[in-house]
Design a protein around this ligand. Structure first.
Ligand SMILES: [Zn+2]
Length: 180
């Protein structure tokens, strides 16, 4: 054995011995201290509990039962929110299209139970000339709106062409100020 490997061997062995000593010291220490052993037994029982849950055989009918309960709950809550939905006021009923920017815009009103108000749904731009739904042409570099009939086209660089939030804000403002 060379000098270097002898030193390495010595280092390895002494390391193992020291580690063993420390471990048995901790073990004895824990055994003597009732608080520490109580903590360790608490951890053990928590671990056993988790292990038992994980180890339980999962039965198909349990899963089915859970799925059925969730479905029933969803159905009931949907019915409940439906029953709370107010009827659409006349001013909103008729205000489902307007002329902004380069396009006409059409939308629907949808009751939002969380916000407790009517919100705009399915907002879409239409060609002013052809009254047809526009196509959204998007690529990595740009997006544009184009009429499939007359081929009128606006790039998104004209912010107003694809600024849905802006259009929505104008619609809400019109409703608020009764300018429909
Ligand atoms: Zn057109």
């Amino acid at each position: 054995m060379s000098e270097i490997s002898k030193t390495n061997w010595l280092k390895g062995t002494s390391g193992t011995i020291i580690l063993g000593l420390i471990t048995s010291f901790i073990y004895d220490f824990v055994k003597e201290k009732p608080i520490l052993s109580t903590i360790s037994s608490i951890f053990k029982s928590i671990w056993n509990f988790i292990y038992q849950i994980l180890d339980t055989e999962l039965k198909i009918w349990w899963i089915l039962l859970v799925v059925i309960v969730i479905k029933i709950f969803q159905k009931v809550s949907k019915e409940y929110s439906k029953s709370k939905k107010p009827s659409l006021p006349d001013n909103l009923k008729n205000y489902v299209k307007d002329d902004f920017t380069n396009w006409n815009w059409k939308w629907e009103w949808n009751w939002d139970g969380d916000k407790n108000k009517w919100v705009i749904k399915s907002l879409w731009p239409y060609c002013k000339k052809c009254d047809i739904k526009l196509l959204i042409k998007s690529s990595v570099y740009d997006s544009a709106m184009e009429c499939p009939k007359c081929k009128t086209r606006f790039e998104s660089i004209h912010r107003e062409t694809d600024d849905y939030d802006g259009v929505k804000a104008v619609i809400y403002d019109n409703v608020e100020k009764n300018r429909m």
